[in-house]
Design a protein around this ligand. Structure first.
Ligand SMILES: Nc1ncnc2c1ncn2[C@@H]1O[C@H](COP(=O)(O)OP(=O)(O)O)[C@@H](O)[C@H]1O
Ligand SMILES: [Mg+2]
Length: 414
């Protein structure tokens, strides 16, 4: 024969279990099961406190009376009146009058709600999952001395029923919070990238303006000065020999300036696009270097380069420009190949040479390579530089490879 009291208790547990189903947050669970629990453990106030994963804080959810405990979440575990239970020091707390019980009142304890709402009889049991205390279930009555050891045992059964739900809910909330933090971080990074791109755009425009000013003003002035100097050499009172090196220095200065202007003003890029600008730069730079370098430009990228946003296009061009300059200036190469390809959903640009190769990592500390990396980061492209595996001369050559995901490449809204 089943004991009728035990039988009805079993029904209550079943009732709680049924009520739990479909509840997706702590507050709704507490509200829905509080009534059923009150039939097992009569109370004026019930709360569930859940330890956060960091082990330092906890959050309280309550039913019945509203107290300050649930108003300022999360609270420090060290200030909890039931910290001994939450830390696992004791396995339950039972008090006939919590208002005067010294266990709840210590230096720094957040125990004011006990006094404010006269929560006299109190019983607390841990919520345990696989031996770990994840929180506590607490029942309080405004009457003195209401609870017995039997109530504690019943509360334990309820706590065991609730604990796995709360454990799963805490894990889900933590995952949700992590996802939000990650999304926010990504949005921030995207925002920074966007801001930096705008800045690059402005810098590029400024660079072109300076290029034009240098051309129209400084170069024109220097040309006039050189002519006047050349005319001076015709005067009998002036020694042509003394002026000759000065004239030569001026010519060199103007030649350098023309190059600076040319690089500041990627007109070919604006008029014809990245591939043409790269080819133009390769051809001109090799020619002006006076070195016997063979070069090749292989464009197998289809139309992908045409779809590029102008800021991304300028960044790509600048990166390739520096890689080509390095191959000519440092490489002592016989051949330079620039290859544009499309792989899956990415655009790939490679600059390869068969020169002396990068000697060691320390060598790669120049501004040119740093700038290439920064520009690549700004357009969310992957930048790699190292030995050229295709080089016939074993262990030599350099390859710079830039991989740009094409969904970033369009960035039409920038
Ligand atoms: N293609 C290359 N071949 C050989 N050495 C290179 C090549 N590219 C770069 N380097 C080496 O890496 C160094 C750093 O390059 P970079 O950052 O562009 O600075 P910079 O060109 O001003 O020296 C160069 O000084 C050079 O020694
Ligand atoms: Mg360089």
């Amino acid at each position: 024969m089943l004991n009728p009291a035990r039988n009805s208790l079993f029904d209550r547990y079943l009732g709680i279990s049924r009520l739990l189903a479909g509840q997706l947050d702590f507050t709704s669970i507490i509200k829905s099961v509080a009534e059923e629990i009150s039939h097992i453990i009569p109370h004026d106030h019930m709360d569930v406190c859940i330890k956060m994963l960091d082990g330092k804080y906890h959050i309280a959810y309550e039913s019945g009376l509203d107290t300050a405990w649930s108003q300022h979440p999360p609270a420090l575990l060290t200030g909890s009146p039931i910290r001994t239970l939450l830390s696992g020091e004791v396995d339950f707390l039972l008090s006939a009058d919590a208002c005067t019980d010294p266990r709840f009142h210590f230096e720094g304890a957040f125990s004011s709600p006990i006094i404010d709402l006269s929560l006299r009889s109190r019983l607390h049991v841990p919520l345990k999952v696989q031996g770990d205390v994840i929180g506590a279930l607490s029942c309080s009555s405004q009457q003195r001395d209401c609870y017995t050891v039997e109530d504690v045992e019943n509360a334990r059964a309820v706590a065991d029923l609730l604990a796995p739900y709360f454990f799963a809910l805490r894990a889900a909330e933590q995952a949700k919070r992590s996802a939000v933090i990650e999304t926010e971080a990504r949005a921030r990074e995207e925002g920074l990238r966007f801001g930096a791109l705008k800045l690059t755009e402005a810098l590029e425009a400024e660079r072109q303006r300076i290029g034009m000013d240098l051309h129209d003003q400084t170069l024109a002035d220097l040309t006039r000065l050189t002519r006047r100097m050349e005319r001076l050499t015709d005067l009998p009172s002036v020694s042509g020999d003394a002026l000759e090196p000065l004239c030569r220095a001026m010519q060199q200065c103007m030649h350098d300036l023309r190059q600076i202007i040319e690089e500041a003003k990627p007109t070919v890029l604006q008029l014809f696009g990245v591939a043409e600008a790269i080819e133009n730069h390769l051809e001109r730079s090799v020619r002006e270097s006076g070195q016997a370098i063979e070069w090749q430009m292989l464009d197998e990228s289809g139309d992908s380069l045409r779809e590029l946003n102008p800021t991304v296009a300028v960044a790509l061009f600048r990166i390739v420009q520096e890689a080509v300059n390095n191959a000519i200036r440092h490489g002592q190469s016989d051949t330079i190949i620039v290859r544009l390809t499309r792989r899956d959903s990415a655009l790939c640009i490679e600059v390869e040479d068969d020169g002396r190769g990068l000697a060691d990592v320390r060598e790669m500390a120049g501004h040119g390579i740093d700038n290439m990396k920064t520009r690549a980061r700004l357009i969310a492209a992957r930048f790699e530089i190292g030995r050229n595996p295709a080089c016939r001369r074993e262990g030599r050559g350099t390859r710079m490879r830039l991989t740009l995901p094409t969904d970033h490449a369009r960035l039409a809204e920038i």
